[in-house]
Design a protein around this ligand. Structure first.
Ligand SMILES: NC(=O)c1ccc[n+]([C@@H]2O[C@H](COP(=O)([O-])OP(=O)(O)OC[C@H]3O[C@@H](n4cnc5c(N)ncnc54)[C@H](O)[C@@H]3O)[C@@H](O)[C@H]2O)c1
Length: 250
């Protein structure tokens, strides 16, 4: 308990999946959580759940692919709370196909929804954190950014980009008291991104490939995110931690 006491945290994509799990956990650990998502219904529901558990949270309706909206999100949080301690750039949406079959519009979409917006989140958070000489940025990458996975072309490209961005920020901003890490989830079913378990063949293949032989849960990723965002990780920056049941160890 209290591992994030009095921290002010923005979690993008906090309305569902991993972002929601992190929002609930961060609030339980004492943070005030700003759930930033373009799904207002689910976002407000997540905030209601946090408040029902005596946590502090508010919902911000934002499409993080729109730069001006990300800028005002960060500025409004700083205007209200005086600072931003944690920026968790978790939102993401992807259109996946092998590259030769991928329409250029889908490539552009994936770059915008998975990489461009992470740059916006980092940029506006860094501007505020620099003023305080303190801050933690966590970006959601993927095992697709670390190893080749069939059919994951655009996702692989954007998430490898997120990893590069993360390391570069760690180097530039470490001397200014700001840490930046990435979490690289493996396959996490039951989220909006992956849908249900109806694609049996893929599910079986993923289970086979994971030494721990169980499906990943949003909460598994949230626990790693909590550690990386807490002061317990105060000497860790520029790292990518895979939360993948051992998939990338094979
Ligand atoms: N589920 C997996 O297997 C898996 C694996 C590796 C990485 N990831 C990454 O994890 C992150 C979280 O995904 P998830 O699995 O929890 O999926 P999810 O679809 O359940 O959650 C994503 C959330 O982000 C929100 N969102 C998406 N685009 C947005 C935008 N432009 N503006 C505001 N909100 C937006 C959605 O409304 C949703 O609430 C993503 O970055 C995804 O690429 C997922």
């Amino acid at each position: 308990m209290d591992r994030l006491m009095n921290k002010i945290a923005i979690i993008t994509g906090g309305a569902s999946g991993q972002g929601k799990a992190a929002s609930l956990l961060f609030a339980k650990e004492g943070a005030t959580v700003i759930v930033a998502d373009f799904d207002a219904e689910k976002g407000k529901k997540a905030v209601d759940e946090i408040i029902a558990q005596n946590g502090n949270a508010e919902f911000h309706h934002v499409d993080v692919t729109r730069e001006s909206l990300v800028e005002s999100l960060v500025k409004s949080v700083v205007a209200k709370y005086g600072r931003l301690d944690i920026m968790y750039n978790n939102a993401g949406l992807v259109k996946m196909r092998p590259i030769g079959e991928l329409p250029t519009d889908d490539w552009d979409f994936t770059i915008r929804f998975e990489l461009q917006q992470v740059y916006y989140g980092c940029k506006y958070a860094l501007q505020q954190m620099e003023k305080k000489g303190y801050g933690v940025i966590l970006n959601t990458a993927s095992t697709s950014g670390l190893v080749g996975i069939p059919g994951h072309g655009p996702h692989a490209a954007t998430k490898a980009g997120v990893i590069g961005l993360t390391r570069s920020i760690a180097v530039d901003y470490g001397p200014k008291g700001i840490r930046c890490n990435a979490v690289a989830p493996g396959f996490i079913p039951y989220t909006q991104q992956t849908g249900d378990l109806s694609n049996d063949e893929f599910i079986r293949m993923m289970l086979q490939a994971q030494p721990l032989k169980r499906h990943g849960r949003p909460e598994d990723v949230a626990q790693c995110a909590l550690f990386l965002c807490s002061d317990e990780a105060s000497w860790i920056t520029g790292q990518v931690i895979a939360v993948d049941g051992g998939y990338t160890a094979m």
